[in-house]
Every structure is written in C-alpha cells, then in structure tokens.
Design a protein around this ligand. Structure first.
Ligand SMILES: Cc1ncc(COP(=O)(O)O)c(C=O)c1O
Length: 510
C-alpha cells in the first residue's frame, strides 16, 4: 500500500448523497458511502473529503461525518485517519453478478438448479397460517386456549425468577431438565400406561421437532418411510428432511393397512397416529397394533407413534399407546406434546426412546437448537408437580367434550338435512372429518365459507393428499371455539352453504 499522502482527493458531490434522518444521519451517510465503495463507484485509494468540508456541504454536524468515517474504517473499507485524511481501501473484488436474464431466473435460485433438493421440496409445502385475531371458524388442531390458566402460569414464572434467577440463564442439558423428564415419565407411567424411565425421555420443541429428530437420526437418504394417508402433512415434511422417501399408505376402519405396508417391501419406518388417526379420527384396533409391531420386528423397522391428542377421549378412559405393548421397546418411538393440553405456542413436547439412544438424540437436539427454554421447563415442572397439570387436563377434556356436544347439536339443527355428520360420531380428539363426494364439493364449500370470513380446513390440504386422489372432506375443529360462538359459526355456515349444496346436488343428479 502506497503512502497515504500520494493518493488523489475525491470530490464527493453532496447531491449524490441523500441522507435519511429517520435512520440517523451518521448511519445513513455510512450506508451510502459503503454502497458506493462496494459497487466500485468510489475507486480504491481515492481520498474522501475532509470531514469538516463534507459536513459543511451536507449541512450536517462534523461529528456525523466523523462517526460514519470511523465506522467505515472499523469495517476495513476506509484507511487512514478521520482527522488526517481517509482513503478508500484497496479491495479485491469479483465483477458484480450479471443480472437475471429471464423472469424464471429472477424468481429464485432454485430455478437455476443451484438450490438443495430440500429447498425445492419446501417450495411446495403449504403451512396453515396462524389464526388472525378475531378470525372465526372451526380451526382444526387447536385446544381450548381460552381455558389456559395464564395468571397462575405467570405467577409460577415470577416465583421462579424471584427464587432461582441463576438457574434460568445458562445452557442446560439438551435432553431436558432432569426434573421435568422425571415428571413426564411419571405421568406417562401413571396416566398413559407407558412404562418408561426419565432417562428415556428427550424434550423437544413440540412433536414437530421430535418427528424431525427421529427422521434425521434414524433414516438414510433414500430410505422409505410409510405414513398414513390422509395424514399429518407437517409430519411428512419432517420425515423427508434428510432425504428419506415418504410413501403415503391407505387406511381402513382399523388404521394403516398392513397389506399395503407389506407390499412396500423394504421400509425403515412407519409414522402412525393410533390413538386418533389424523385427520380421519380412526382409532387403531388392537389387532392392527399387534400386526404393526410384528411387521416392525420382522423388518427391523421403527414405528413412530405420534400421540398428539390421546388424552382427548370422551367415552371410557384414554387408550394406552402402542408403545406400551410388550416387545415395543426397541421398535417404537413414542412422541407426545403439550401443544394440545396447554398451548401450542409453548413449543414443548417429548420423545420416549430406548435409554441407550437418548444421548445421541440429545446431541442432535443440541445441534438443531441447543435446548428448550429453561424457564418454561421449570415452570412446567412446577405446574405438573403442584397438581395443576392433571387438573387442567381434566378441565380441557371436559371443555372439549362440552364443545363437541354443542357443535353436534348445532350442526344437527342447522345442517343435518343437507350435510349430515358422519356416524358413529366422534369419541376422541379435537376435530372431526366430514367426508365429501369429491374434491369439487370441498372446493366449493371452502370457497363459500371463506367468502363469509369463516376459517375451515379442507381434507385435501390438511391431509396432504396428492392431486390425483379423489378423497375430499372438511376437517372441523370444535374444541378451540367457545360454545356461543360455535353455534353462531355453524348457523353462518348453514346460511352460506345451503345454496351451494343445492347447486352441487342438482349438478350431480344431471
Ligand atoms: C398429528 C399431529 N401431530 C402433532 C401435532 C402437534 O404438533 P406440535 O407438538 O409440534 O405443536 C399436531 C397438531 O395439529 C397434529 O395434528
């Protein structure tokens, strides 16, 4: 680098700089000079005007210019000294990329084949948008969030911060707080009939992350994974993260069809929701559970049991998970979540795996996002330990059951003659599936509901069905909406659907 004094002085036209006071004058000046340097509009080794001169010409304080120059120096874009002369640094630079030539290139880099396969798959993944405040409808998958005891929760949170601020702020075991893992294991043993130890429990950010962890840890690219179809679209996305092939398999009234699974030949994993199939609501029969387990043992395959809403059973006691069957220990990974019992925004769920696997699975968890919030884990542990959790589960079950009854009564009153609910009626879960004759029906009914500002799930989107499938239906969530509002929503649906249904029937008869 030559002596600074030999470099030319650059004349900066103040007109070429347009400072924006909203983001701060110094910051705005810094950003504009930086861009000019990086684009080569200010040549290497050229001298910038003295700070006093530039300040005068721009009508700003000298301090503003000095701050901008100092920042550019700290970033290595200017050399010298703000008081004694600043020069544009000598930077080696590639020529700027040529502009996209075609609209397809401009649309994104996946068009040019440079993105990963995962990137391409994510383009076609549809995520259900979060409910907007005040939005009405029958949103599937949500519990009665209005029943969550948020004042009690915030009291527990405050107490935790008061008593143990030092525990909250660091890194912790990615598998989860030992105390919380022990409480979850105790709950699963006593309430769900699943014999497991705390060391088998791995905390996760909801069941979504647990599914992703299982898929990434146990599958190789190209491995086959079977899943129920219609099924939980977000699970399919997680199962395929590492490049496994996710194959949809048909259901019958007992659950995933074993014959279709056998026909696949080599298959390393099957993802299932046996307590309450999502979204059809089928409860997997005892025989099918045994058959599935035998299949997994024969093929050395894994069963990923997603027990997302197993506690919501309205007749009799909740069914024991498939993972509780004898012989399931090395073959079934059990996944649970607090999303449906507390609230989904908490992002706490868990997996129960063989004890020897958990340290490795915990390493994967640490690689992904390190751990769950320590405060949330402690507060949840207190919530469980002090008896609030079991009380809340009972309240949530009662509430969902009452809302289900209200929903059914309102439907029978308003819509039974024109769009009857399936029979037998739902005895579990937070939503029901109402099958429709074909995709055209689904599209028309959803469009009419949408026009009335009502949010309803369509089977084809919610259940991730391929476009050639003729299956169709509505996924109707009843648990998240208070009773009075449920009645009003069903009445509004009846009003907007009556003419649509009459038209569809006429067309079908022709
Ligand atoms: C089948 C299924 N699994 C899991 C979940 C819950 O996911 P998470 O625990 O990630 O909130 C849902 C939510 O709708 C679901 O439908």
């Amino acid at each position: 680098m030559g002596p600074i004094s030999s470099r030319a002085t650059l004349t900066l036209e103040p007109d070429g700089l347009r400072l924006d006071g909203r983001q701060g004058l110094a910051r705005s000046l810094h950003a504009q000079l930086k861009q000019k340097i990086l684009l080569g509009q200010l040549a290497a080794a050229q001298r910038l005007p003295a700070s006093r001169d530039l300040a005068q010409r721009l009508g700003v304080s000298r301090n503003t210019v000095l701050r901008a120059y100092e920042q550019l120096m700290a970033e290595g874009l200017l050399e010298g000294h703000p008081g004694a002369g600043c020069y544009v640094a000598q930077l080696r630079r590639e020529p700027p990329p040529t502009a996209a030539r075609t609209p397809a290139q401009a649309a994104g880099f996946e068009e040019s084949g440079q993105a990963s396969e995962l990137w391409a798959r994510l383009q076609s993944l549809h995520l259900t948008p979060p409910l907007r405040p005040g939005e009405r409808g029958l949103r599937w998958g949500l519990p009665a969030q209005d029943k969550f005891p948020h004042i009690l929760w915030s009291r527990l949170q405050q107490r935790f911060w008061r008593r143990h601020p030092q525990l909250a702020s660091g890194y912790a075991d990615p598998a989860g707080l030992p105390r919380l893992r022990a409480l979850i294991a105790a709950y699963l043993n006593s309430s769900r009939g699943l014999a497991c130890t705390p060391e088998q429990v791995l905390l996760s950010a909801g069941s979504q992350q647990a599914i992703a962890i299982a898929a990434l840890a146990l599958l190789n690219p190209g491995d086959r994974v079977a899943m129920e179809s219609p099924g939980y679209r977000a699970a399919a996305a997680a199962l395929g993260l590492g490049g496994a092939q996710v194959l949809p398999l048909p259901l019958d009234s007992e659950g995933l069809r074993i014959g279709a699974l056998e026909a696949l030949g080599d298959c390393r994993m099957a993802y299932i929701t046996p307590s309450h199939q999502f979204p059809s609501g089928v409860v997997m029969s005892a025989q099918r559970r045994l058959d599935l387990l035998a299949w997994a043992q024969r093929h050395q395959a894994y069963l990923l049991e997603d027990d997302y809403d197993g506690e919501y059973r309205y007749a009799g006691v909740p069914l024991a998970p498939l993972a509780s069957l004898s012989g399931a220990q090395q073959r079934v990974l059990y996944i649970g979540t607090f999303s449906k019992l507390l609230f989904p925004g908490l992002r706490l769920g868990y997996m129960v795996a063989p004890k020897a696997w958990v340290p490795t699975l915990a390493k994967l968890r640490a690689v992904l996002d390190r751990q769950s919030s320590i405060v949330d884990q402690h507060v949840l542990a207190d919530f469980i330990e002090e008896g609030h959790f079991l009380r809340h589960v009972r309240r949530m079950r009662r509430t969902a059951s009452a809302r289900r009854d209200t929903f059914i009564r309102a439907w029978e009153r308003e819509l039974d003659g024109i769009l009857p609910l399936p029979s037998p009626l739902i005895e579990a879960g937070l939503q029901l599936l109402l099958r429709l004759p074909n995709p055209h029906w689904e599209q028309c009914l959803l469009k009419a509901a949408q026009a009335k500002g009502l949010e309803i799930g369509g089977l084809r989107q919610v259940g991730g069905l391929a476009s050639h499938s003729q299956e169709a239906g509505l996924v109707l969530g009843f648990a998240a909406t208070p009773e009075a509002q449920l009645e009003a929503v069903v009445a509004d649906l009846a009003q907007c659907w009556r003419p649509v249904l009459a038209g569809l029937r006429r067309k079908d008869e022709q």
